[in-house]
Ligand binder design. Structure first.
Ligand code: ASP
Length: 332
C-alpha cells in the first residue's frame, strides 16, 4: 500500500512565477495542479496537497507556524509523513520553531524549497520535492530540512548561500541522510522520540536582538519594558567590547529590569565559549547565558517559544539551556 503524505505548500520561490515584463518573482497558486506537473510524486506516495497561505517567506511569523502546527496536529494518525514547501529565506526559522512545537512528532516532517521556481528550466524544485516526499515515507520521526541531496535536522540548519543550489548547511550536527543512487539514512544521528505527541503552540514576540559590529554604540539600542529577552550576537567565542560602547553597563541594566540576556556569536561553526576571554567571562558572571552551539535561527525561535510558554524567568532560562528537540549538543 502506498504511504499517505500530506504536502503543505506555503509559498517561496519553488512555487513562484516570473512576471514577464519586470522579471520579478511572485508567489503563485499553481501548486494546486502540482501532481500534473510532477506526476512521479503519485508513484511514490498518495500525496494530498494543502495550501493554507502562499507568501514569500519573508512575510512569515509565528502565527503562520501556529497554522502549520495545527494542520499537522489535525492530520497525525491519518498520514505517514508531512512535506512542507516553503521559501528558503526563513525556512530554517520555521523548521526550528516547528521542532519545538511538535513535541515527540511520530512521523517525518520535511521542509524543502527551491532556488529556482518549479516551472523554470534547470530548477532544483523537482529534485528537492521528489526526494523530500520519498524521505517522508521513511522512519525519520523529526522535523528536517531536505535540500540539494542532503537531509538535515531542521533546527541545526542555516541558509548559507543565496545563489547555489546547495543553499543550506548544518554546521554543528551531522547529516541525517544523503541521497545519491541510493538513499542513505544515518540512523545513529536521528532523534529517538519517546513519549506522547503534543503540540505546544504559544509564542511571544518579546525578543530584541543586538548584532554587534566594530564601533557599534550600544546606546542606540534600547529595548523597551515589553521586551523580556535580549539576544546579543557577539564575536567569535562570545566576546564583546569592554572599553567602548558602554555595553556591559547596559547589560547590567537589562538584567536588573528582569530581562533574560543571551550571548550568541556571528560565527556559525562550533560552540561559543564566553569564559575563554575577559569580556565573555564578565557577562557570564553578571548572569548572561550562552547559546552554546545553537544556530541563530534555533536560538531566536527557542527564545520566542519559551517566552510564550512560561512567565517565570527561571523556567525560560533553564529550558533555554536544555536541548528540547536536538538543537543543542550536550557538553562533553
Ligand atoms: N524569497 C524567497 C522566499 O523565501 C526565496 C526562496 O524561496 O528561495 O520566499
Amino acid at each position: 500500500m502506498k504511504k499517505k503524505i500530506l504536502l503543505i505548500h506555503t509559498g517561496g520561490t519553488i512555487g513562484m512565477t516570473r512576471d514577464s515584463e519586470s522579471g520579478v518573482l511572485r508567489p503563485d497558486r499553481f501548486y494546486a495542479s502540482l501532481l500534473q506537473v510532477i506526476p512521479e510524486l503519485s508513484a511514490i506516495a498518495d500525496v494530498q496537497v494543502e495550501i493554507p497561505f502562499v507568501f514569500d517567506s519573508a512575510e512569515l511569523n509565528f502565527h503562520h507556524w501556529q497554522q502549520l502546527a495545527a494542520i499537522i496536529q489535525s492530520r497525525i494518525g491519518a498520514v505517514d509523513g508531512v512535506v512542507i514547501t516553503h521559501g528558503t529565506d526563513t525556512l530554517a526559522y520555521t523548521a526550528s520553531a516547528l521542532s519545538y512545537m511538535l513535541h515527540n512528532v511520530p512521523v517525518p516532517v520535511i521542509l524543502t524549497g527551491a532556488q529556482r521556481p518549479l516551472g523554470e528550466l534547470r530548477s532544483d524544485a523537482r529534485n528537492n520535492l521528489v526526494n523530500a516526499v520519498e524521505l517522508a515515507c521513511a522512519d525519520i520521526p523529526e522535523v528536517c530540512i531536505f535540500f540539494d541531496y542532503k537531509l538535515m535536522r531542521g533546527n541545526r540548519t542555516s541558509k548559507n548561500h543565496i545563489n547555489f543550489f546547495d543553499a543550506f548547511v548544518s554546521p554543528n550536527y551531522p547529516l541525517l541522510a544523503e541521497v545519491g543512487i541510493n538513499i542513505e539514512v544515518y540512523r545513529a544521528n536521528l532523534l529517538r522520540p519517546g513519549g506522547h505527541f503534543h503540540v505546544f503552540d504559544r509564542f511571544s514576540p518579546a525578543l530584541a536582538v543586538l548584532k554587534l559590529f566594530p564601533g557599534c554604540a550600544a546606546d542606540y539600542f534600547q529595548p523597551g519594558a515589553e521586551m523580556r529577552a535580549v539576544l546579543i550576537v557577539a564575536y567569535g567565542a562570545g566576546t564583546v567590547p569592554m572599553q567602548t560602547g558602554n555595553l556591559l553597563a547596559r547589560v547590567e541594566r537589562w538584567l536588573a529590569e528582569g530581562k533574560l540576556v543571551v550571548l550568541d556569536s556571528e560565527a556559525h561553526g562550533g560552540r561559543i565559549e564566553p569564559q575563554l576571554y575577559e569580556s565573555g567571562a564578565r557577562l557570564l558572571e553578571m548572569g548572561v547565558i550562552s547559546a552554546g552551539d545553537m544556530t541563530f535561527e534555533a536560538a531566536a525561535t527557542k527564545l520566542m517559544f519559551l517566552l510564550g510558554q512560561y512567565d517565570r524567568p527561571e523556567l525560560i532560562r533553564g529550558n533555554f539551556q536544555k536541548s528540547l528537540a536536538g538543537e543543542l549538543s550536550e557538553l562533553p
